[in-house]
Ligand binder design. Sequence first.
Ligand code: NDP
Length: 461
Amino acid sequence: MPTYDYDLFVIGAGSGGVRAARIAAKHGARVAIAEERYFGGTCVNVGCIPKKLLVYAAHCRDEFEDAAGFGWTVGPRTFAWPQLIANKNNEIARLNGVYERLLKNAGVTIFKTRATLRDRHTLAVGDKTVTAGKVLIATGGWPSVPTVPGKEHIVTSNEAFFLPDVPKRVLIVGGGYIAVEFAGIFHGLGARVTQIYRGALFLRGFDEDIRRHMAEECLCRGIDLRFNVDVVEIEKRRGAAGTSFAVDLSDKSTAEVDLVLYATGRVPSTKGLGLEAVGVALAPSGAVIVDEGWETSVPDIYAIGDVTDRIKLTPVAINEGHVLADRLFGRANRHMSYEHVPSAVFSIPPIGTVGLTEAQARARFGEVHVYKSSFRPLKHTLSGRNEQTFLKLVVDPKTDVVLGVHMVGAEAGEIVQGFAVALKCGATKAQFDATVGIHPTAAEEFVTMRERYVPRTDAAE
Ligand code: NDP
């Protein structure tokens, strides 16, 4: 048996890499990890965590406005973006430290530098060469921006978290998670937001009703949301008031803005890792191709998280890292299911979803039963806010199993997380109906929807 410096070498100390390293070390493996940028990866530094903190800040505006209906007089208010960013940065620095300590306490050797594969078991780590029995690629992803004239003037989510001030006018390009979330953030913090999406309806992949409802909520809030529109050219302008951008759009209009944020997807970070040299097969997207055990085309080299072509969500990467470490070093024959992975878009209002969309369910099961409910949340009967909560269940009529739970409304992520357990357990509509609601909540609607939704065309037949 050859002896290596380490049993496992992890490249990338993001959510997935850190979990795999820690668990492998706990199983007794000799583990090293290399990280050239920041501990905690995208989620901790330029993703989930700072995003959610900014969403809280944006929500404050609603809270101030809504308070009047409950008898409060809220005095003059000012908002200091630099204060928010400084506080956010402090919290992120704390979390970076937590991640590093977790690794050290688990006995993982840390290299704060880039690691590159030389062969299947050998890596160049800074100016050192080390060997490892197994290598795990957990390098995540990076924002991808299409080629467009004036591309050098745009920012991505990476930079949006460190802007010197909140822009007065923002153009957001894209219709996915990040675009919708930042539209809510900037709008809540007082910017005039224009969001453009190249297709007919944003949030592709989500349930059609959720997409439509969300579009209505965005428009109702005052976000200038436009579909079937793309950027033609971005031109920088310098005026007395400072730098701005004139963005020519495909609908023949020009948006005059202070910031152009592209949220047009993320690509796997696979460049410069030596993957091609050692023969690790990549998909056309650049993603590392892995089998069910996360092994790449090269034995003993594994990959998890956003660098692969699976679901790009932090908890998925963490699960993958944990299960992989158990399989490799804990002698556990564990597998991970990608069914019923819940997710939330932290838009304002947020979206929560688990299971199949109506369209996916129809494609898989043929006929499905649908239950929908749209209502004004109790809070807004006094606040006066014009916001509707929307809930939807998709049910297999043959087995009565609930296939999908979807929601737009306050705390949708918190609510749907609980229902994800029910779906994981194969809950039926009858079991939903037999569950007593908590009154008065929005979530209780999920267990009180008795009237099946019948489209008008069907009803007329
Ligand atoms: P998404 O893949 O969610 O969305 C990308 C958007 O950009 C889509 O609307 C896409 O349009 C559009 N787009 C892609 N290419 C172009 C182009 N060339 N020109 C114009 N528009 C384009 O990516 P995000 O960047 O929003 O997020 C990346 C991933 O990170 C997400 O998929 C998600 O998995 C994860 N994430 C999760 C969050 C959460 O859990 N809350 C939050 C943020 C990110 P089209 O639909 O037509 O392809």
